[in-house]
Write a protein of this length. Sequence first.
Length: 302
Amino acid sequence: MNASSASGKVWSPVVTPFQDDLSPDLSRYIEHCRWLVDSDVGLAVFGTNSEANSLSVTHKQQLLDALVDAGVPGSRLMPGTGSCAIEDTVTLSRHALETGCHGVLMLPPFYYKNVPDEGLFRYFAEVVERVGDAALKIYLYHIPPVAQVPISLGLIERLRKAYPQTFVGIKDSSGDWDNTRAMIQQFAGDGFQVYAGNERFLLQTMREGGAGCISATANVNGRAIVALAKQWQASDADQAQRALNATRDIFEGFPMIPALKSAIADFRASDDWCRVRPPLVALDEAQRRQLAAALGEHGFSM
C-alpha cells in the first residue's frame, strides 16, 4: 500500500470492544474492522482511541492474530507498538512484521518528561537495532497533548538520516496546523508520509502535499472522510470539510472514546459496545440520549 491509495489516506485508531471481564471481544472487533475496511479505512489498531495503553502486550498480539486469521490483509494494518518499555515495543513490532503489517505507529516513551532529543533518538534506535529487520517501517506518533513528549523536527531529521528506509511517516496529533505544515514542507518531498491527527486538517494536509489523516471519528464517519481524501481537489471540497468538522464537533462535546462506542452501540443495537476499561467511564444514559439527539439533528448516520 502507498499513500496514493484511498485506504492509505485515511486510517482509524480502531476502538476496542470488551466482554464482561474486560477482555477484548474478538467477534465484535473483527466485525467492526471488516466494516471499516469495507469503507476503505485503514486500521491503525492499538491507537489512543483503542484504549491501547490499557491493553497488555498479549491482548494486542491476540487481537492482531485474530484480524489476520479473519482474512484482514496486513496492508490494511498499522498497529500501534510504542510502549515505555523497549522490550514491549520490540515484541509488538516484531509480531507486526510476522503478520505482514503495512507498518507500525510508534509512540515515544511517554512516562519520563522533559527528556532531550538525544534520549528519544537512543530509544528509537535501540528498537530498530533490536528488531533487526529491514522490513520494519515506522510511523512516528507525535501527540504532545497526551504523551507530553514531543517529537521535534530535528529528531525526525536525525532518525531519517540514520534509518532512511525505516522511518517513513508520522501522525501529527499536536492540533497545531503550523507544525503539521512544517513537517510536510520539510520531509514530504522525499516520500515521508505526514498524517494529520484528525480530519479537521485533512483538506489542508492534502493540499499541502501530506498523506491524509489518522482520525478517531473515522471509526464512525469513515466513508465521508475517505470521500474527501479521494476528492480533495473537487470544487465542493471546502463544503465537505465543513461537514466533517460539524460531525466531529458533536463527538468532541463528549468524552471521545465513550462517545464513539455509544454511537457504535446504537448502530449495532448492542449496549455491550459501550464498555470501556477503567479508568475510563462510559457515557450515562442522559449523555447517550444527548449524543444520539445531536447526531440525529445533524442528519448523521453510520
